[in-house]
Design a protein around this ligand. Sequence first.
Ligand SMILES: [Zn+2]
Length: 267
Amino acid sequence: MRLVVWMTPIGADRRTVSPADVVRRLRRALAGLVLAGLACTAPLAWAQRPSTPTPTPTPATSGPASQASASVRDQEIASCQTGELRTWADGRDRPAASRTLRFAYRHDGAPSWFTASAVLALVQASAQAWSACGLTLQVLSVPRDGVPPEDAIQILWSEVGSRGQFGLANLAARSLSLSPGLFGVLRQRRPQYPAQETLQMTLSHEMGHFLGLMAHSRRCVDVMSYYDDGRGQRCSLRDPASWGTVIEYRAQLPTACDLERCRALNR
Ligand SMILES: [Zn+2]
């Protein structure tokens, strides 16, 4: 069982979920937040330091280590090097169902601290970033109690649909569900943390599943990554020292490697 199971495409996990499971998953997701680095505690960050296959030389920059490490992370976001396209092989990648995907955002049931326009802007930012894959991604907003177009992938707030995870892509139902409850817990536990960043990352990650990226990346910085396979293996970094220098190492938008994988699937 993974330690960080908060974003999963349906199909990978079709088990029925009891209320007790939901509570367990909420607890596990919270533990995942801590393990993912949101807690930003040094011992945990150290304990969670991923292994890296090829140690890289210390960057030739002066100044605080955190600045140098942030810059390595920025480089990882911007470029995908040979050998970095690795996944946990926990799903089978495939082309997107269509070259044009329409995402319809429905704000009903959203947490009160997210405005409809703010979430719509995040959806548009994720779609815009993924369009570099070569597919056409359109975003529209569904009015309150409105009905989305039949061919659209609905993005909605649903505790049932998200099954105790921050977000969940259900490819068969063409729905991307977000959890009001978990975002509520995040706000309660970490009021200072910018929840819109977690939402941006969740939206980008789940959209990636609709674009055909079913397996999770082993590169920590990828928006499609899982940090840990739950069996002692960790995601990889170019510079191990950069782990823990930012609260969330995973990018909010697709990285160069996410896009390269997407383009290879959808050429
Ligand atoms: Zn996922």
